[in-house]
Write a protein that binds this ligand. Sequence first.
Ligand SMILES: [Zn+2]
Length: 451
Amino acid sequence: MSVIYAARWVLPIISPSIQDGAIAVDNSTIVAVGPRPDVVARFPHSRITDFGEAAILPGFVNAHSHLELTVMRGFLEREENDFFAWLRKLTVARLAMTTEDLVVSATCGAIEAARAGVTCLGDASSAATQAIRALREVGLRGIVYQESFGPDPKLARENVAKLREQIAELRTLEDDLVRVGVSPHAPYTVSGRQLDLISRLAIDEKLPVMMHAAESQAEQLFMLEGLGPFAEGLRARGIEWEAPGLSTIQYLEGHGVLETKPLFAHCINVDDRDLELIKRAGAGIAHCPKSNAKLGHGRAPFSTFVSRGLNVGLGSDSVASNNTCDIVEEARFAALLTRLTSAAGHDCSAITAEQAVFAATLGGARAMGRPIGALAEGMQADIAVVNLSGAHQQPVRDPAAALVFSSSGRDVLLTMVAGREIYRDGHVSGLDESELRRRLATIRIRLDGSV
Ligand SMILES: [Zn+2]
């Protein structure tokens, strides 16, 4: 039996917005999208929920998150001016977290996502089993990328053998909603040898790949000149590093990473040749403008990504560097930043509200290689309904502009994944949120006491 959701606006993303629109959902699938009278005529016996002054659109895609780090919101404010120190403190604290800590932290992050209308995440995790559990608890869709570290090339084989075992186990947890991928963390934490082996593994096992790339100036210095904190850090551990003298993307191409059609997070320091390589490879980009700004890493050329037709979505990154998981807010920030003249002069064309909403939905889905992110007959019913009746939103002339420039994830009324309502009217279904937040506070106290 199908159900109908109606609202003043429906934004299917792959087709023009519909005024006084509706969608019909049957089990996990969208069976109709159109003007309300047409949809009702096709399914005359369906129950109708009318959200009134609201927009129905595909659920938001958060293409880059680290849900397990949710407990670290606000934990690293003082280290933000030194990325190396920031990463070191984060890594030490994460190693001190128990399995149960990671589940609680990730579940609280998944709840935050569901409340903000996010239906699909690209989550990088050091403990993917726990992240998968968290997504499943809340009912979210996603790819969980098991992280791999290892800057010492001598340990590459051993590290990848361990990764192979982890993947075999994680594969048994996959279902229609949650898939497993791999994430060689970054070019300064994973050796070239290990990148070669992971690329091979990903191609052989058909695993999606996510990698942090071209994020910081420290990384650029490491790649081009073999200098700076990352290079010094390796030398202090007795690991040799000879800088390739190439951009990160060109270096990764040499290690087979582009053959895996990866999802790259950040891509701040990229040139024309890099973008051409990304395009030719069919790779995706998770644009994380708030995290990039908060850590002072700079601004990725988002409007260039869009004008070149790259698969670009939006990512919150971890709340340790954001400090929220809210893709509506990310879309606003992304659009506004393109309206400032870039110091490099390559990114001064403005991104429209429609383009920002596209990146927040279908763009993210394409960057992750998943067939979601739009409202059309036959597609999975992954939906967000955003209230537009608030004092901060009225009057509404254009729904995309109202969403991007006047709204936030807190205006979400309903989040649905594969036809299941996982968040509605202020409640995440089936979870004791206050108990989880109490446990999160306990972990927070322990974490703060350990540093
Ligand atoms: Zn990240």
